[in-house]
Design a protein around this ligand. Structure first.
Ligand SMILES: Cc1ncc(COP(=O)(O)O)c(C=O)c1O
Length: 399
């Protein structure tokens, strides 16, 4: 076995550098703990960027994966497979949507959602109404389509020209959306809670207003639930809190609990917009990944995980709020359930770095000044207390 430093040097010399990584090589995990190659234990409040909802090394989940490995990994979408049907049924039941398409990632789920919008416009008038409204400070992924609706100049600039016909409004500012709607607009896309942009939940009036606008102008409402969905807010999908239903929704991350699977789901008129031949993927929805998704959805139900998130999420919010009250450099606490943010008046990179190296606490940032808390959904109140203690130990030092 190589030393940590040797692994890092090899990685830096071999793996395409699009990330600045922390100098840690994780080896295995258990529950809400991660262990590095030196055997050091870490408390994880990042969950692999909101992925590991069930935590690490869940025995029931692992058994389901192993059984599927021994049975059938892949057949292609030219044939039917049992786990895809099971996962499909479960996710439609949980969401109340009408149709699902399984993808390989969140980004691809967004691509599919955008294609539904384009296809819907095409069905109406040959595609003349092809414009889409997206939000400033949003994040939807790195492919050229998903990047086109990601309201972040820094990510977009080197890759222009992107998709034409995308306009950006301000999140939680209904008038800014209204000002952009015209006879060519076919869809509005947004996250129900902006994640990468800094943990900003949609205000109820805003989301309801956008829904009404979509109904009035026959536009599709696409809600990106890739980060905030799958139980993280204390309902299975964040929009279920608002009494608003999207026409199209995207899901990924916690859907596979570490197995790469996403989905786009459609309801009503959006569910019949695409026809055979309009979209495809070799891997998407294969028996292995849908066995994972199916087990995740089954375990969510069986373990009443959403109720657990409600309880621990409230506790986390309280504790973060109290931290914000005690430290002047913390400007605000915001979020829902187990997707919470602390906005600082200073860049958080040194805090995140010290938490990792000195306190063995995994935290992730969102933007420059915000720490985002997206732990495994199985986290307990004692873990929250431990995290707060560790974070305070960092905040007590000069930054
Ligand atoms: C809201 C949202 N949409 C889309 C994506 C892209 O998903 P993926 O990285 O799985 O392609 C992300 C990833 O962080 C996300 O948070």
């Amino acid at each position: 076995m190589l030393s940590k430093q040797e692994y890092i040097e090899k990685a830096e010399s071999k793996i395409y550098k699009t990330y600045n990584r922390f100098p840690v090589v994780f080896d295995h995990g258990d529950g809400v703990r991660l262990y590095d190659t030196d055997g050091q234990e870490y408390l994880d409040f990042g969950a692999g960027i909101a992925v590991m909802g069930l935590g690490y090394n869940d025995p029931e989940f692992n058994t389901a994966l192993k059984e599927q490995v021994d049975k059938l990994l892949h057949t292609s979408n030219l044939f039917y497979n049992v786990p895809a049907v099971e996962a499909g049924e479960l996710i439609l039941k949980a969401s109340g949507m009408d149709k699902v398409f399984f993808t390989n990632s969140g980004t691809e789920a967004v691509e599919g959602a955008l294609k539904i919008a384009r296809r819907y416009a095409y069905n109406k008038d040959g595609g003349h109404d092809h414009e889409i409204i997206a939000m400033n400070h949003s994040f939807h992924g790195r492919s050229l389509g998903a990047l086109s609706v990601t309201g972040n100049d820094h990510y977009q600039e080197p890759f222009k020209p992107l998709l034409p016909g995308i306009q950006f409004a301000d999140f939680n500012d209904l008038d800014s959306v209204k000002a952009l709607v015209n006879h060519k607009t076919c869809a509005i896309i947004m996250e129900t809670i902006q994640g990468e942009g800094g943990i900003y939940p949609a205000e109820e009036e805003f989301l309801k207003g956008v829904r009404a606008l979509c109904d009035e102008h026959d536009m599709l409402l696409i809600l990106d639930e890739i980060q905030c969905g799958m139980g993280r807010t204390g309902t299975m999908f964040a929009w279920q809190k608002y009494g608003v239903k999207p026409d199209v929704m995207t899901v990924a991350k916690a859907l596979g609990n570490g197995v790469p699977v996403g989905a786009f789901l459609a309801a009503g008129k959006a569910a019949t917009a695409m026809s055979p031949g309009d979209h495809g993927t070799t891997y998407g929805g294969n028996p292995f990944v849908t066995a994972a998704a199916s087990k995740v959805l089954e375990l969510f139900e069986k373990r009443k995980l959403v109720d657990h998130v409600k309880e621990v999420g409230e506790y986390l919010a309280e504790k973060l709020k109290s931290l914000a009250d005690r430290y002047d450099i913390i400007k605000e606490q915001r979020g829902m359930g187990l997707i919470q943010g602390l906005e600082f008046s200073v860049p958080v990179a040194p805090i995140v770095s010290k938490a990792l190296s000195e306190q063995k606490l995994v935290l992730i940032s969102a933007g420059t000044n915000i720490i985002r808390f997206v732990p495994p959904l199985v986290i307990e109140k004692e873990d929250v207390d431990e995290m707060i203690e560790k974070l305070e130990a960092v905040l007590e030092q000069p930054l």
